[in-house]
Design a protein around this ligand. Sequence first.
Ligand SMILES: [Zn+2]
Length: 80
Amino acid sequence: MQCPQCGIELQPNSSMCQGCGSKVNTQPNPTQQNGYYAVSKKNKTIGVILIIAPFAGLIFILVAYAITQFIINAITQATI
Ligand SMILES: [Zn+2]
């Protein structure tokens, strides 16, 4: 974070500039904002997974059913 008056690098969480002595608005920390966005993105990813999960489960069951049928057919043909 830089001082808007003189432009020098400010100490973290400082309410006053060491260079010119002007009061600095304590704005949200950019890293905290990034953390918030990362969490919201993670929640979005979890939401997408929750939406896709039932379809993925259905596809898995269909594939398992198809494989089972294929194996049963193979065994039936082998015995006949
Ligand atoms: Zn300053």
